[in-house]
Write a protein that binds this ligand. Structure first.
Ligand SMILES: [Cu+2]
Length: 212
């Protein structure tokens, strides 16, 4: 009887070991030394990769961010995101954010175009946006980041709640204007749909929320 239990015990250990060995294999080296193909989930994870917390990425819509026609703002938004594609952005007051130029080739800025009380977000035709930095690192009327070179960042404190129309001093006319909501309950998104094209995204979900 003792022997029988021992045999069962050994058999169980054997199963456990082989189960383990089975788990170890994907992504590692096979018996012949050949590498296994990476699981497809890795590709998916890369596709949904987002920016670090409290970061705004900016880039020309045609560089990859796309544009979204947002029903809440009754406006075409583009060039700025806190995820992967253009969207209305939102952060709680007091957040110190990083503005990162996602482009490999093109300098950008983030300027406040104007402050509005509620939708719609009407973007003026030819606003006077400063290329030079203004506003001492605090977002407000007249704030300008200054030139952000490709791959570089600047930080700005979102000190005051409100709805800010923002834009790039260089590429405002090329669709780099967006809405940044500073409010406790505000939520960012929805995002533009890839691949970016000249056609703005219009879908039943392209309605963002605000509540500054
Ligand atoms: Cu720009």
């Amino acid at each position: 009887m003792g022997k029988k239990l021992l045999a069962i015990g050994i058999a169980l250990v054997g199963i456990a070991v082989s189960a383990c060995a089975g788990k170890m294999r994907p992504g590692g080296l096979g018996p012949s030394g050949a590498t296994y193909l990476l699981p497809t989930v890795d590709a998916d994870l890369q596709m949904v990769a987002v920016l670090p917390k409290d970061t705004i990425g900016e880039e020309l819509p045609t560089e990859g961010l796309g544009q979204i026609k947002d029903e809440t703002w009754e406006a075409l938004l583009g060039g700025f995101t806190q995820q992967k594609y253009s969207e209305q952005m939102a952060f709680p007051p007091g957040t110190k954010i990083t503005i990162r130029n996602l482009s490999k080739t093109t300098p950008h800025t983030l300027d406040v175009v104007k402050v509005i009380a509620e939708p719609p977000a009407v973007f003026p035709k030819n606003p006077n946006l400063s290329v030079k930095a203004h506003g001492h690192g605090r977002l407000g009327v007249g704030y300008a980041s200054g030139i952000i070179k490709p791959g570089k960042s600047v930080t700005v404190l979102l000190a005051t709640k409100g709805i800010y129309e923002i834009g790039c001093a260089f590429h405002y006319a090329e669709g780099m204007h967006d809405v940044l909501v500073v409010g406790k309950f505000a939520r960012h998104g929805p995002q533009a749909t890839p691949p970016p094209s000249t056609k703005p995204t219009t879908s039943p979900t392209s309605k963002s929320s605000y509540e500054p």
